[in-house]
Design a protein around this ligand. Structure first.
Ligand code: FEO
Ligand code: CA
Ligand code: CA
Ligand code: CA
Length: 617
């Protein structure tokens, strides 16, 4: 007699076995050999590459367990702008802890998602088509060979690191922390001696007290209004990112709930819990801003609704400092990790997004029309479109389920378009969305596959095909291929890599988080979690055609490696060393500047092949 529980366990084991054997089949075959069982699937041929695609010598496990950056021997790296770097000469050198006024004019903390934008294609005396600039005023030995703007997210920094104490003791302390969050827009240039931050007309900070505006279905909703009439300000917990085909930057607000606390009773617990985003006063606020700033105090009636102003994807124009950042509500409100945009059929844009929390969902958004037609008319393609959530079936197919008020259950339990935008998780709960193992970044390849890092889920009790390990301490990377050139309702999927399968190899990794795929099919994977054999967090590169993984770089104790973005010709990759020491001031001395104070500081590093080749090769 087999119990139901045993039956169900056996069923799950079978599903998982099928998932694993299918994965092996896919790894052992060229991309051409993957059959499409659904009509109209988007399949762009990829030429099978041999192992030369990733030719570098991997960093060894022992080098990756040291107290400093380790990089493949064919590569070199230089450190750019640590947290606290002044944006202009008036600010003066970094002192620790910075004042609120200094921090507002310094590079923020918690370097996370970022993207490099080459100069716009406007012909001037100095610009050429490829963005290369040769200025006659620059000394010959320091000739500028490339310029661009880097948009850089500042996700978070612990109070101990940023203000030098566990809790703020004044509004000035709170402001320092707030100014350390947000985004930096940075003019950078490359000389023959490497990359450097130079400052310029695009350089600016956007933080928790900077003006922002809303657009899309929730923009005029009373859910975003406050009784005291305060205008919308700021962006925070800026995690992963995205970029649009029209040259703007997308910064994604993730764990916004951690900034809200309650000084007293909570008169509106029910309303706060509707969004199911963790606005729970019992958990407290790890930053304690609410002690001195009523805006983040959930007990304060005047600021009711402030919490609905976060959890969005925010659009920033790198090359126009006069434009106010816009929160695009059509993309939904949840713990946005990143926002990967592709151009689909009919020149519409399609945005793929993960919601990073255990057992949350993967979403996609499709613009209503050809994005260029919309832009020409003055409409944003990010304001008008349809939002979907993913359902994965155990037979390696799946479907996108639309979240809209045409669904009577969503309409009755959640509301109209504005309510769906604000309480997106609640809308997804009404349909058959598949809870995933913490969806982090999404990256779309030229092969038509879209990859998503599922970082881990230690609490998973029941395995299924798309999340085949219970518990799942090391994470995996799933990928899918939509029908109808990204516009379809149906998709095929498979598991690209279980992190645990790499253990014991030259590319052993755990906890995949930030990912970027280059046009040749190299998947760069930044990690955030406990690595094998005491290794620090790292950057590995996977050949998406063969499944081979190699370790390109490893970080310092306590840090996370994130924010993967290339320069124009892919001879440089910028990555971030985030939270070195992980809040413990004595755990790391990164970036080892010969100056006081010695406090671990997040920094971007630029890595290049010594022979000038494409990064990752
Ligand atoms: Fe900000 Fe999910 O990492
Ligand atoms: Ca992340
Ligand atoms: Ca993470
Ligand atoms: Ca993180």
């Amino acid at each position: 007699m087999v119990s139901n529980q045993a039956n169900s366990k056996r069923h799950i084991r079978n599903i998982v076995r099928q998932a694993l054997s299918r994965r092996k089949f896919l790894q052992g075959s060229s991309a051409f050999a993957v059959s499409s069982t659904l009509p109209g699937f988007f399949l762009r041929p990829v030429h099978a590459q041999d192992e030369d695609l990733i030719g570098f010598t991997p960093v060894t496990q022992s080098d990756a367990a040291g107290d400093w950056i380790a990089i493949a021997p064919e590569y070199e790296a230089n450190i750019l702008y640590p947290w606290g770097t002044p944006l202009n000469a008036e600010v003066g050198d970094f002192v620790w802890p910075p004042t609120d006024a200094q921090q507002a004019e310094q590079i923020g903390v918690g370097h996370d998602g970022m993207w490099f934008f080459p100069p716009p294609k406007v012909q001037t005396d100095t610009d050429t088509d490829n963005g290369m600039v040769a200025s006659s005023e620059t000394p010959k030995e320091d000739k500028v060979v490339e310029r661009g703007v880097l948009c850089l997210n500042h996700e978070f920094g612990s109070n101990e690191v940023v203000i030098g104490k566990e809790d703020p003791e004044s509004l000035a302390d709170v402001r320092t922390s707030q100014h350390a969050h947000g985004v930096s827009v940075l003019d950078i240039e490359r000389t023959e001696n490497g990359w450097r931050f130079v400052g310029g007309c695009n350089t600016r900070r956007i933080h928790v007290n900077s003006p922002v505006r809303f657009s899309g279905p929730a923009a005029d909703s009373e859910l975003l209004d406050r009784p005291d009439g305060a205008v919308p300000l700021g962006t925070l917990n800026n995690c992963g990112c995205g970029k649009t085909p029209w040259g703007t930057y997308l910064t994604c607000e993730e764990n916004f709930h951690l900034y809200f606390g309650a000084s007293g009773g909570l008169p509106r617990t029910g309303q706060l819990q509707r969004g199911r985003v963790g606005l729970n006063p019992d958990l407290g606020s790890i930053y304690s801003w609410y002690l001195f700033d009523k805006r983040f105090d959930l007990s304060n009636e005047g600021s009711r609704g402030e919490e609905n102003r976060f959890g969005w994807v925010v659009e920033i124009d790198p090359y126009d400092a006069s434009k106010t950042p816009v929160k695009r509500t059509a993309l939904g409100r949840f713990k946005h990790e990143s926002c990967e945009i592709v151009i689909g059929r009919d020149n519409r844009i399609v945005a793929y997004m993960g919601d990073d929390e255990a057992d949350e969902f993967i979403y996609k958004f499709i613009s209503d029309e050809d994005y260029e037609v919309m832009l020409e008319r003055g409409d944003s393609p990010l304001d008008h479109g349809r939002l979907f959530v993913a359902h994965f079936d155990d037979d390696f197919t799946g479907r996108w389920i639309r979240l809209h008020d045409g669904n009577p259950i969503i309409r009755r339990r959640v509301g109209r378009a504005a309510e769906i935008a604000v309480n997106t998780r609640m809308a997804a709960d009404q349909v058959d969305a598949t809870p995933m193992d913490r969806p982090e970044w999404v990256a779309a390849g030229q092969d038509g596959y879209v990859y998503c890092a599922l970082t881990n889920n230690a609490g998973r009790v029941t395995a299924n095909a798309p999340n085949p390990q219970a518990p799942n301490p090391d994470g995996h990377i799933i990928r899918w291929r939509d029908s109808d050139n990204h516009l379809g309702i149906r998709f095929e999927w498979d598991i690209f890599k279980l992190a645990s399968d790499t253990h014991g190899t030259a590319g052993s990794f755990s906890d995949p988080d930030s990912i970027w795929i280059d046009p040749d099919g190299r998947l760069f994977i930044g990690t955030d979690g406990n690595q094998q054999n005491g290794m620090n967090n790292q950057l590995v590169v996977a050949n998406t055609m063969t499944g081979t993984v190699k370790r390109l770089l490893s970080g310092v104790p306590g840090c996370e490696i994130t924010g993967i973005t290339p320069n124009a010709d892919r001879s440089t990759l910028f990555v971030n060393v985030q939270h070195p020491g992980n809040g413990d001031l004595s755990a790391s001395d990164f970036p080892r500047l010969d100056e006081e104070p010695v406090v671990p500081r997040d920094a971007t590093i630029a890595i290049s092949r010594k022979d000038g080749g494409v990064v990752g090769s």
